[in-house]
Write a protein of this length. Structure first.
Length: 136
């Protein structure tokens, strides 16, 4: 029989969850900054200020927003802040994955936009027909 520690109180559990969410959001911020740095893309002034302010608020308060109508009480970032962070990350990934002028086979100004219908092919009815009549 060993000594068992006292189980955490609900307040301690809540505080631990909030710290975990704040750390996760801070990791996401660092990942977005690193991705932008790898690409060599300079963030706009607004994006740089946005990322810096989020980082400061997460370090100081553990959350980057105060109005709980803008996000869940336990979240470290509001819904709009999460959306903007994803947009900045997507922009950096797009630049990183974009083919260079030599790879694309043409000038860099002519960006190739695939037809949206090509990405969402709907299977024809023939793919769902039963070949052997359906009887065993």
């Amino acid at each position: 029989m060993g000594f068992r520690s006292k189980p955490p109180t609900p307040e301690e559990m809540k505080a631990k969850r909030e710290r975990t969410r704040a750390r996760k959001s801070a990791r996401d911020l660092r990942r977005v900054r690193k991705l932008a740095a790898e690409v060599g893309e300079e963030a706009s002034d607004w994006e740089a200020e946005f990322l810096n302010s989020l980082d400061e608020r997460l370090d100081k308060y553990g959350t980057a927003f105060r109005d709980f109508e803008k996000g869940a009480p336990g979240d470290a970032l509001s819904r709009l802040q999460q959306q903007k962070l994803k947009e900045i990350a997507a922009k950096s990934k797009e630049v990183k994955n974009a083919p260079s002028a030599e790879e694309a086979g043409g000038p860099a100004d002519e960006a190739v936009d695939p037809d949206p219908r090509e990405r969402r092919r709907i299977p024809s009815k023939a793919a769902f027909t039963v070949i052997d009549g359906g009887k065993s």
